[in-house]
Design a protein around this ligand. Structure first.
Ligand SMILES: NC(=O)c1ccc[n+]([C@@H]2O[C@H](COP(=O)([O-])OP(=O)(O)OC[C@H]3O[C@@H](n4cnc5c(N)ncnc54)[C@H](O)[C@@H]3O)[C@@H](O)[C@H]2O)c1
Length: 269
């Protein structure tokens, strides 16, 4: 198949309730794929119903926390029972965590960010990969960040977790290749700043930098966010979703172990 509209795949998206994860689930549903949304927030069931209604493909919502192996196992079992299999895994669930200078934060907060963003990605991959290995086919797409390629002021746990997600992705790609499993690829997407609640929400990115610098939210947006990109803009979640759909396609079968920036021209490596 040589286009990126490949129907009847089943896609599991973690953190699928809102923001980038929701856009990814909707984009796959529009290609005809069945989608499963896993999220810590119980409204994920309604989100799945909305997608099913608008796109016409099957959509299942599972409430689960990516820090709980037990909840992940239950969710993966439910998705397999209801949708038959998982062809594409998008590890997207993530948090920014409380912003603090690296020498001044709470270790518990630091560990929580690592637990959700990094270990959560590892846990869900571990639960889903055996069926991809058995089928010798699949796609793992991990949502890292440009903070996975450069430091992120006041956010060492986030930046460390996103760097580590890239390391995990590259290692997985090597391991799959070592076993001759060329039908399974593993890649990371590194978005720049995307217009989602993680950025604008109360206590999130803009508020966090504002608390550190004493600047207004508007000044933070201009000086610390927009000025960092050649295109001087925030990205739409759909732009990240487009890359995920492409990486899941047959056309992208030769792309593995990569960390691809979708960042309006912010980072050049
Ligand atoms: N928004 C950005 O600018 C940006 C930039 C680069 C990377 N990212 C990454 O993209 C991903 C999605 O970000 P977003 O902006 O859409 O965030 P968001 O806060 O809008 O959505 C994140 C989703 O993950 C869910 N979630 C959080 N903790 C969870 C847990 N423990 N278990 C299961 N689900 C959980 C939330 O309920 C939410 O639905 C994250 O990994 C984030 O780090 C975002």
């Amino acid at each position: 198949m040589n286009n990126i509209t490949e129907p009847r795949r089943t896609v599991l998206v973690t953190g699928g309730l809102q923001g980038i994860g929701r856009a990814i689930a909707e984009a796959f549903a529009k290609t005809g794929a069945d989608v499963a949304l896993l999220d810590i927030d119980g409204s994920v069931h309604e989100a799945a119903q909305e997608i099913q209604k608008s796109a016409g493909s099957r959509a299942v919502g599972c409430r689960a926390d990516v820090t709980s192996e037990e909840q992940i196992e239950r969710a993966v079992t439910e998705v397999n029972e209801r949708l038959g299999r998982i062809d594409v895994l998008v590890n997207n669930a993530g948090i920014v965590g409380r912003r603090a200078l690296s020498w001044d934060g709470s270790t518990d907060d630091w560990m929580r960010t690592i637990d959700v963003n990094l270990v959560g990605t590892y846990r869900v991959s571990k639960a889903v990969l055996p069926q991809m290995v058995a089928a010798a086919s699949g796609r793992v797409i991990n949502i890292s960040s440009i903070s996975g390629k450069q430091g992120s002021t006041g956010n060492s746990a986030y930046s460390a977790s996103k760097h580590a997600v890239i390391g995990l992705t590259r290692t997985l790609a090597r391991e799959l290749a070592l076993l001759g499993l060329h039908g399974i690829t593993a890649n990371a997407i590194c978005p720049g700043v995307v217009d989602t609640p993680l950025v604008h929400g109360e206590g999130q990115l803009l508020d966090g930098i504002s608390a550190l610098t004493g600047q207004t939210r508007e000044a933070v947006l201009e000086q610390h966010v927009l000025s960092q990109s050649l295109q001087h803009r925030l990205l739409d979640p759909e732009e990240v979703a487009g890359m995920a759909v492409y990486l899941a396609s047959d056309l992208a079968r030769g792309i593995t172990g990569q960390a691809i920036n979708v960042d309006a021209g912010s980072v050049f490596h």
